[in-house]
Design a protein around this ligand. Structure first.
Ligand code: SF4
Length: 528
């Protein structure tokens, strides 16, 4: 569905802001690839681009790939921006640059929807999801693209049903330059974890696209040249379990039809381990990774943050169950909780060893606006506005102690030997449980082979020859080569290199300890 009935033509420049350097965007892996420059295509802006009247020319710039230029701004009649809190500074900077060309600038997305007052300079604030506010914005720009005299705030009351969403305009993005493809099936989550803004922003009753829409989107992503992996950016893939079960057979069929060229990944709550019927279908659909917000192995802490659903099965048992369906678990971990004790760091490292999870995003607690955590800390007078700190929370333990503990956890958890040992465990006990994907002509294209060869060359040279952890690398790599598992070797080596490099810098204070962007919300923005 598109906005209709608009005859005037307007040229719209959609600009997605740069991320600050982050653990979860894998940027240190990019130099080992065949030209990846950014993490995932942003769903929100590409959705808006697809929704605009068919006769409106749209240009999409992801500033993680290249900055918007003078020529882009001179071409445009209005500018659209979207992003998360963590991109606030960059969004305000885009606004400033657009105003230098006297262009009206509209902002939508999760950050402005939660905190309109973060964006005083923008001409139009689009608060909430795709809906009547979007139509109003389009109508106003059609009438007059000039900057309004004062800021106009448009709030969505009547949302467009997700079943009416158009396919995001993937064709406008240079999808080959992204580390992962992205797609969204649902929005919202039934739980209410204290620190999370998803239920407040998107509701507790997940809204859904249809399986047919998802299949059409996957086809479009393939046409646009996405290779490798596609990430379902849904807040919780099993937020509506029946919907997940409805979708999965379509994904299985799609994989069979297209030759299993795509590996799938998603975010879901750990209690997915109690749903063998879903896990089995996910295995068949070639899901290879699930991001689970484990947050902490401490049951008291889980209770305190209202994440009891993580305890529906013992955590380690849940991880093993997911692994037994061929899926690697990626885990979110939070430090600086009120329940933390001086020995929390050690307990966390013991959990990392026991769980054998290779990739854990370990962050300091950050209070996001419009969350129960924010409200509680505000009542307790424990919110701190200080740009020099890595968190806005006044922890119960001394701040320096929490940050030092985080640095130590990063340094130890991602030592090359430990990390590669955890990956070896995944090779032996997780990856072996995946379906044996037939080798299809779609996989053996010259473009795919060339891509693989370029990445292998980069990995061998930069890690295997020049890297200071080359011995650890070769110990893992040689058996993989002997087994002909080139794809597995490449994907582990890319991610491991990023984790090792980032963690080393983080442990000496060169990266922030509160990267709350790690959950992949930036790409799942129906709130445009
Ligand atoms: S953290 Fe995850 S499970 Fe909890 S409310 Fe947010 S999306 Fe739902």
């Amino acid at each position: 569905m598109r906005a209709e009935g608009i005859e005037t033509v307007r040229r719209i420049l959609c600009v997605f802001p740069r991320y600050t350097s982050s653990f979860g965007t894998f940027e240190y892996a990019y130099p080992l690839t065949d030209g990846v420059q950014a993490f995932m295509p942003p769903q929100g802006l590409l959705l808006i681009a697809a929704y605009l009247p068919a006769n409106w020319p749209v240009r999409f710039i992801d500033e993680n790939i290249r900055p918007a230029t003078k020529e882009d701004f001179e071409w445009a009649e209005a500018v659209f921006v979207s992003g998360m809190h963590i991109q606030r500074q960059q969004m305000n900077d885009i606004c400033r640059r657009a105003h230098a060309f006297d262009l009206a600038v509209a902002i939508g997305g999760p950050s402005v929807s939660a905190c309109p007052d973060y964006y005083p300079s923008f001409d139009y604030l689009h608060v909430g999801e795709l809906g009547d506010a979007t139509d109003d914005l389009i109508a106003r720009l059609a009438r007059d693209p000039a900057r309004p005299e004062r800021q106009v705030v448009l709030k969505t009351n009547d949302r467009v049903a997700m079943t009416d969403f158009p396919i995001p305009a993937y064709e406008l993005a240079e999808v080959k330059k992204y580390f992962l493809g992205s797609i969204q099936y649902s929005s919202g989550c039934p739980y209410q974890c204290e620190f999370c803004d998803i239920p407040g922003l998107y509701g507790r009753n997940p809204r859904l696209k249809s399986p047919q829409q998802i299949v059409a989107e996957l086809d479009r992503l393939l046409e646009c040249g996405v290779t490798g992996s596609v990430y379902f950016v849904d807040d919780n893939f099993i937020g509506n379990r029946k919907a997940a079960l409805d979708l999965l057979p379509h994904l299985v069929e799609w994989q069979k039809r297209t030759g299993y060229v795509m590996r799938l990944a998603c975010e879901a709550t750990l209690n997915i381990a109690k749903r063998p019927e879903i896990l089995e279908k996910m295995r068949e659909a070639f899901f290879v990774t699930i991001f689970c917000g484990i947050e902490t192995p401490d049951p008291d802490a889980l209770k305190a943050m209202h994440k009891d659903h993580n305890m529906m099965v013992p955590i380690l048992e849940g991880v093993r169950t997911i692994n037994s369906y061929g899926m690697e678990v990626v885990s979110g971990i939070i430090m600086g909780l009120d329940t933390d004790k001086p020995e929390t760091g050690e307990a966390l490292l013991a959990f990392v060893d026991e769980s054998r999870i290779p990739l854990l995003t370990i962050n300091l607690l950050q209070a996001l606006p419009q969350t129960p955590l924010w409200d509680r800390l505000a009542r307790e007078n424990r919110l701190i506005e200080d740009d020099g700190r890595d968190s806005n929370v006044n922890f119960l333990l001394p701040y320096d102690q929490v940050v030092d503990s985080w640095k130590k956890c990063m340094a130890v958890a991602f030592e090359p030997e430990k990390l590669y040992a955890r990956y070896q465990h995944q090779v032996d006990f997780t990856y072996t449980n995946r379906i044996k994907v037939p080798v299809t002509p779609e996989q053996k294209t010259w473009a795919n082979i060339k891509r693989g060869l370029i990445m292998l060359r980069n990995i061998f040279w930069k890690v295997g020859v020049l890297g200071d952890y080359r011995k650890v690398f070769w110990k893992f790599a040689l058996p993989r080569l002997k087994h002909g598992d080139i794809e597995g070797l490449i994907s582990v080596a890319l991610v491991a290199h990023h984790l090792i490099t980032f963690a080393r810098l983080a442990s000496v204070g060169q990266h922030s300890a509160s990267n709350y962007s790690i959950r992949l919300r930036e790409a799942s923005v129906p709130a445009e």
